[in-house]
Design a protein around this ligand. Sequence first.
Ligand code: G3H
Ligand code: 13P
Ligand code: ZN
Length: 333
Amino acid sequence: MVSYKELGLVNTREMFAKAVDGGYAIPAFNFNNMEQLQAIIQAAAETKSPVILQVSKGARNYANATLLRYMAEGAVAYAKELGWEHPQICLHLDHGDSFETCKSCVDTGFSSVMIDASSLPYEENIALTKKVVEYAHKFDVTVEAELGVLAGVEDEVSAAESHYTKPEEVIDFATRTGCDSLAISIGTSHGAYKFTPEQCTRDPKTGRLIPPPLAFDVLHEIEKKLPGFPIVLHGSSSVPQEYVDMCNKYGGNLPNAVGIPEEQLREAAKSAVCKINIDSDSRLAMTGAIRKYMAENPSHFDPRQYLKPAREEMKKMYIHKIVNVLGSDGKAE
Ligand code: G3H
Ligand code: 13P
Ligand code: ZN
């Protein structure tokens, strides 16, 4: 048993309470490799922003669960080396799909876990979430649960359509499970294709897709039912056009990729939404930068040569999110 406290990590309780009060949101960035982690920590250290490092089941399979955990531990030391005196870094399991996965993370140094039982019937979602909460809370590990279904792929669970969270269920769900935060469905979805072209309108000048707005009415209903309770938004990449264009210009093929407009995320961050999940934007920044570098330097073959600009592009993107979208800069001096 390794406690996250020994590793210098923090759970989400205090960071969420401050974020809800302060009208900003904590960035939850997924990572699978060293360059993403370096970029996240550099961005958080430079802006003094609390940060959540997210590890999905896919990331654990790709990079190795043990290695990722030690990388997060190293991230705390690296943050201090960069001059961030009191780093507030949380290591979080993203989309945990079973009690066993959540338990293994609690036992090996995670400070927060998500149990995603949103695809199960309501009572089964409650029962599994409650079981995870009871175990995690013994070790002061916080638990995120999910109610409602996001369209698209949630690790191995995929849904053709989203089903918005029902506000009338949230009090019962939060009370009976004892979860610390709740991921809701209000129209976001995972990946770089959040809406079909048919669901969007087109900007007459640029021809670009304009997605439909998020269901802020549902969010506000939920806030009224659970005042001050931490709400989480998954699927919150904005799919920046510059990265889509960069990918496509240098040999990629990402037609009609579309994300959540940043103005809407900015608005959400001011509400009870206190954790905003971003993965796809990092993938796009990295892939765009690598494609560009490769196309412009066909004779280079040292991975450091093309991973360095990719890391810089991700760092720039993370800083932009922290400062201009979530407003979490300066909140962890
Ligand atoms: O919610 C999904 C995250 O973007 C993680 O994706 O399961 O491919 O690592 P992944
Ligand atoms: P994006 O695919 O929009 O980046 O969402 C990531 C996410 O929700 C991770 O859990
Ligand atoms: Zn997610």
